[in-house]
Design a binder for this molecule. Structure first.
Ligand code: ATP
Length: 791
C-alpha cells in the first residue's frame, strides 16, 4: 500500500519491490499515513510522519500483504531471482528518501535545533512557546482534516464508478496495457494478395477449338496440321487473357503441371501480336534457364510463326536465340545487323568525325568498334545504323544481360512481351541481376511501342510460368507485375506441385545400396519396361508430321542463315532446333529405330544427381546390360557439348536411342513426347525437382511411369517429402496427386522380377542377387573405375 506511492521503477521488480518491505520497519510511521491518504502529492507535501500513524499502523501492512497475494495470482508467477534480492536494499534505501525525508534532513540538524529550542525556551516566555506548539499542531491537524475531506471526496467519486472494489490501496501491479496478441498462425491463402489467393481455375480436361479462343481460322488450320487441334486446358484459360480483349489487360501468371501445354499458351498470343507489326524490331523476349529449353521453345515459336505467316494475320515473325552456345560476336551478328538510313545531318556528323579520325587513338575495344563502323562508308546523306534482326529473342538470362550491356544498338525499347518460363528457378537464381537490368530497360517509355490498344493497356505484357510456381511474394514482386491474374488447374493452389493425373509412380526398396546398379538392371530388363500408351513407342514425334511447312519457311529465319558453329556438330539454328522433333537421319552404323523397337520397345530416362554419376552409370550400364540394349544408351550432362546434347536428344526422339542417362540438366521443361518411363536412380534433392523429373513423362495427356530406387536411409525422406506419408495433421505435402493417385511399393528380386505390394519378406543375402551377379557387378565397376583413373 505504501508502495503505491513509489514512482514505478524502471527495472523489473521495482514496482513490487516495496512489497518486500521488511517487517523490521514498522516503526516507520509515515507508511500508514500514506495508506490512508492515498495521494502521492499530498503525502510528499505533508511529510507529517508523527500525526496519523496510530489509526492505520496495524491495519495497513496486513491488508497490503493479503491484497498482494491475491493480486499476484493474476500475474504469471514471478521467480525470485538474484536481481530481486539485490533490489531489496535499494528499495529500503529509497524508503527513507521518501518517507522520512524530513527526518533524514532533520537528524543532522537536531543538535542545532535542540540548542535553538533550549535557547528559545530560555529566551522566550512559556506562553509563547505553547502558542508556537499549538500553532504547529493546528496546522498539522488542518492538513489532516483537509486530507480526510479529500479522501471523502475521493470515496464518493469512487462510489459513483462501477468499480468500487478497485484496490486503491493494494499492492497489486500497476495497470498494464492489454497484452499484444501475436499472430503466430502460418501464412494462409487469405494473407496472399487477391490475385494469388483467387486464381482463375480451369478443369484439366477442358478442350476448346483454337478458333473459339480468338485464333484465326487460317492459323488454327496450320496449327492442326502440326498436331495442335484443340487448345489444352491451360491454353483455354490463358489465351483469352493474352489475346486482344478490352476487359483483360493485366499480366498473366500460369502455374500448371508439367506437360500441360504452357509453352503454346504464351507463344501463340505473342506471335499473333508481333506478326501484326510491319518492321522487324525486338518486340518479344522469352527468358529460360537452359540452352536445351531455349532450343525447344524456339521450335514452338517457329511453328506458330509459320501458322500466322502469309495469312491476313501478318508477317512471318523472326525468331532468334541467345544462349552462349556460340561466340558472342557471332551471336551479335545473328540478332543485330546494320542498314543505311537517309540522314543528312547524321551524314554531316560522320564526315566531321572522319576528319578527326586521323588523330584518334583507338585504344579501347569500343573505340575500335567505332572505327570499324566509321570505316564502313555510308551512302551520301545516309548513316549506317544498328537494327534488330529478330522480332522475338529466346535467351538465357546471363546472355540477355550481356547483349543489353555490350551489343551496340541492342535495345528493349520496343519490347512488348516479356515471358519468364520456369520462373521459380529464374527468380531464385539471380543471374547477373538480370531481372533488375531488364526491369530498368522496360521502364523506358517509347511512345506507342508498348501500347496494346485492343486491351486498353500500355506497357509490356508479362507472362510468368512454371509447373512449380513460387508463391514467395518477394520474388514475385521483383517482376513488377501489372494487374496480374493467376491461372491454375482445378483443385490446385498457388504453390502446389502437381503430379500429372496420367502418371503412375512406384518405389523400389533398395536393401543393398552397394548393389543399386543391379536393381536398375533388373528393372530395365523386367516386364514392366513396356510402352505405356497403348502401342509400341513411336520412333518419331507424330506431331511433326507436317514439318515440310515449317522447314520451307525457316529459310527466311535470320538465325539459320547467319550461324556457323565452332562445334563439330552443326549449330542449333532454327532449322536444327525444329528438327529436334524430327527423326534423326539414318546412319548405316547405328541400328534403325524399328530394330531398336524390337529389342527394347519402350523409352526410359534415368536421372542421377551429378554429371560424374551420370557418366559412370551410363558406362556401367553398357557393361551390365545385354549387348542388344547397351547400344541404345545415350548420356546427357551439363558438361556435354550443346551440339552433342542436341544430337543425343534427336536420336532419342527418333527412337535410335531408347535409354537416356541424365543429370538434372534435363529435368526441367524438356519435352520428350515419346518418353514412357522415368527412373530416379538417385532421388532428387527436393520435391520441386521430383515433380520436374517425373514430369518428363505423362505429358500432354499421355500415360507415363515413374520409378524410384529408394535406399533404406532415404526411405523416410522419400515417403514423407514426396508422398506426404507420416506427416502431422497440420502439415501439408506440397506434392499434389489426384484422388486415388499414390506411389506404389514394388520390389526387385532376381528371377522373380518385381512383386507389387507386400514388403514383409525376409532380408535376403545380397538383396536376393546371386553371388555371380554380384561378382559381375564388381568386375564392371572395376572397369569403370580404371577408365576413370586413366582419363
Ligand atoms: N493444344 C495442344 N494440342 C496437342 N498437343 C499440345 C497442345 N499444346 C501443347 N501440346 C504438346 O504438349 C506437350 C507439352 O507441352 P509443353 O512443353 O508446353 O508443356 P509445359 O506445360 O510447358 O511443361 P513443362 O512444365 O514440363 O515445361 C508438348 O509436346 C506440346 O507439343
Amino acid at each position: 500500500m505504501y508502495n503505491r506511492y513509489i514512482p514505478p521503477p524502471k527495472p523489473a521488480g521495482g514496482a513490487s519491490a516495496p512489497v518486500s518491505q521488511p517487517p523490521a520497519q514498522p516503526s516507520q510511521p509515515a507508511q500508514p499515513t500514506r495508506l490512508v491518504f492515498g495521494d502521492d502529492d499530498f503525502v510528499a507535501n505533508t511529510q507529517s510522519k508523527p500525526v496519523v500513524q496510530e489509526p492505520v499502523e496495524t491495519k495497513s501492512p496486513k491488508k497490503s500483504k493479503k491484497q498482494r497475494d491475491t493480486d499476484d495470482s493474476d500475474e504469471p508467477p514471478r521467480k525470485k531471482t538474484k536481481t530481486d534480492d539485490d533490489e531489496k536494499p535499494q528499495i529500503n534505501d529509497a524508503q527513507p528518501e521518501i518517507t522520512d525525508t524530513s527526518a533524514a534532513k532533520k537528524e543532522p540538524k537536531k543538535p542545532k535545533r535542540e540548542k535553538k529550542k533550549k535557547e528559545s525556551v530560555l529566551e522566550q516566555p512559556a506562553s509563547l512557546e505553547d502558542d508556537a506548539i499549538r500553532q504547529r499542531h493546528r496546522s498539522v491537524f488542518e492538513k489532516v482534516e483537509k486530507a480526510l475531506k479529500l479522501k471523502e471526496l475521493q470515496g464518493s467519486d469512487s462510489e459513483s464508478t462501477p468499480e468500487p472494489e478497485e484496490p486503491v490501496y493494494d499492492l497489486g501491479p500497476l495497470p498494464q496495457p492489454a497484452p499484444v496478441v501475436v499472430d503466430a498462425s502460418k501464412l494462409t491463402y487469405e494473407t496472399l494478395p487477391p490475385w494469388l489467393a483467387n486464381p482463375i481455375r480451369v478443369t484439366s480436361d477442358t478442350r476448346k477449338p483454337f478458333t473459339e479462343l480468338g485464333i484465326s481460322a487460317e492459323a488454327a488450320k496450320v496449327l492442326a496440321t502440326k498436331g495442335f487441334k484443340d487448345a489444352f486446358a491451360v491454353q483455354t484459360a490463358a489465351l483469352p487473357l493474352l489475346l486482344p480483349n478490352p476487359d483483360l489487360q493485366g499480366d498473366v501468371v500460369v502455374a500448371a503441371p508439367t506437360g500441360s501445354g504452357k509453352t503454346l499458351a504464351y507463344v501463340l498470343p505473342m506471335v499473333q501480336d508481333i506478326a501484326l507489326s510491319q518492321t522487324t524490331k525486338l518486340r518479344g523476349v522469352i527468358v529460360l534457364p537452359t540452352r536445351d529449353l531455349v532450343q525447344q521453345v524456339q521450335a514452338a515459336c517457329e511453328a506458330c510463326a509459320a501458322a500466322f505467316a502469309g495469312s491476313h494475320d501478318g508477317k512471318r515473325v523472326k525468331v532468334g536465340t541467345a544462349m552462349g552456345n556460340r561466340p558472342f560476336k557471332e551471336e551479335q551478328g545473328v540478332i543485330m545487323g546494320t542498314e543505311q538510313k537517309y540522314d543528312p545531318k547524321g551524314y554531316q556528323k560522320w564526315l566531321e568525325r572522319q576528319k578527326q579520325l586521323v588523330d584518334l587513338d583507338a585504344d579501347s575495344a569500343d573505340e575500335e568498334e567505332d572505327l570499324e563502323m566509321d570505316l564502313k562508308r555510308p551512302l551520301p546523306y545516309h548513316t549506317i545504323q544498328h537494327v534488330g534482326k529478330v522480332d522475338i529473342l529466346i535467351c538465357t538470362p546471363g546472355r540477355l544481360v550481356e547483349h543489353i550491356t555490350k551489343t551496340k544498338g541492342f535495345t528493349l525499347d520496343y519490347v512488348r512481351w516479356l515471358v519468364v518460363d520456369e520462373a521459380d528457378k529464374l527468380l531464385a537464381q539471380d543471374f547477373q541481376q538480370w531481372l533488375d537490368v531488364v526491369n530498368e530497360k522496360l521502364a523506358v517509355s517509347k511512345p506507342g511501342a508498348r501500347d496494346f490498344a485492343a486491351n486498353n493497356k500500355t506497357g509490356p505484357r508479362k507472362v510468368i510460368l512454371s509447373a512449380t510456381m513460387t508463391r514467395d511474394i518477394t520474388l514475385l514482386n521483383g517482376l513488377k507485375l501489372s494487374r496480374p491474374k493467376l491461372v491454375v488447374l482445378e483443385g490446385a493452389k498457388a504453390g502446389d506441385l502437381a503430379i500429372p493425373a496420367t502418371l503412375k509412380e512406384y518405389a523400389i526398396k533398395v536393401t543393398e545400396p552397394s548393389l543399386k546398379p543391379l536393381y536398375l538392371v533388373e528393372l530395365l530388363t523386367s516386364k514392366y519396361m513396356v510402352p505405356v500408351n497403348g502401342s509400341e513407342t513411336s520412333s518419331a514425334d507424330s506431331s511433326s508430321s507436317s514439318e515440310s511447312d515449317s522447314e520451307s519457311s525457316s529459310s527466311s529465319d535470320s538465325d539459320s542463315s547467319d550461324s556457323s558453329s565452332s562445334d563439330s556438330e552443326p549449330e542449333p539454328t532454327t532449322r536444327k532446333a525444329k528438327s529436334l522433333t524430327k527423326p534423326a537421319s539414318k546412319s548405316k552404323s547405328s541400328p534403325s529405330p524399328s530394330n531398336t523397337a524390337k529389342t527394347f520397345p519402350t523409352t526410359v530416362l534415368i536421372f542421377t544427381t551429378s554429371n560424374t554419376t551420370t557418366l559412370r552409370l551410363s558406362r556401367l550400364l553398357t557393361l551390365l546390360l545385354p549387348p542388344h540394349l547397351s547400344s541404345l544408351i545415350g548420356t546427357l550432362t551439363s558438361s556435354t557439348k550443346t551440339s552433342t546434347r542436341l544430337s543425343t536428344l534427336r536420336s532419342f526422339l527418333s527412337g535410335k536411342l531408347r535409354i537416356l542417362v541424365a543429370s538434372d540438366l534435363v529435368s526441367r521443361g524438356i519435352d520428350l513426347p515419346n518418353l514412357d518411363h522415368v527412373i530416379n536412380y538417385d532421388l532428387p534433392l527436393s520435391a520441386t525437382s521430383y515433380v520436374h523429373r517425373v514430369g518428363r513423362t505423362a505429358r500432354a495427356g499421355r500415360e507415363g511411369r515413374a520409378w524410384n530406387l529408394v535406399e533404406y536411409a532415404e526411405g523416410r525422406r522419400f515417403w514423407r517429402e514426396f508422398c506426404g506419408e507420416g506427416m502431422g495433421a497440420e502439415e501439408e505435402c506440397v506434392v499434389r496427386r489426384g484422388e486415388g493417385q499414390k506411389v506404389e511399393r514394388v520390389r526387385v528380386v532376381e528371377g522373380v522380377e518385381i512383386k507389387e505390394g507386400g514388403e514383409k519378406g525376409e532380408r535376403k543375402k545380397n538383396g536376393g542377387f546371386s553371388e555371380e551377379r554380384v561378382r559381375e557387378l564388381e568386375r564392371c565397376l572395376e572397369v569403370v573405375r580404371g577408365e576413370a583413373m586413366g582419363r
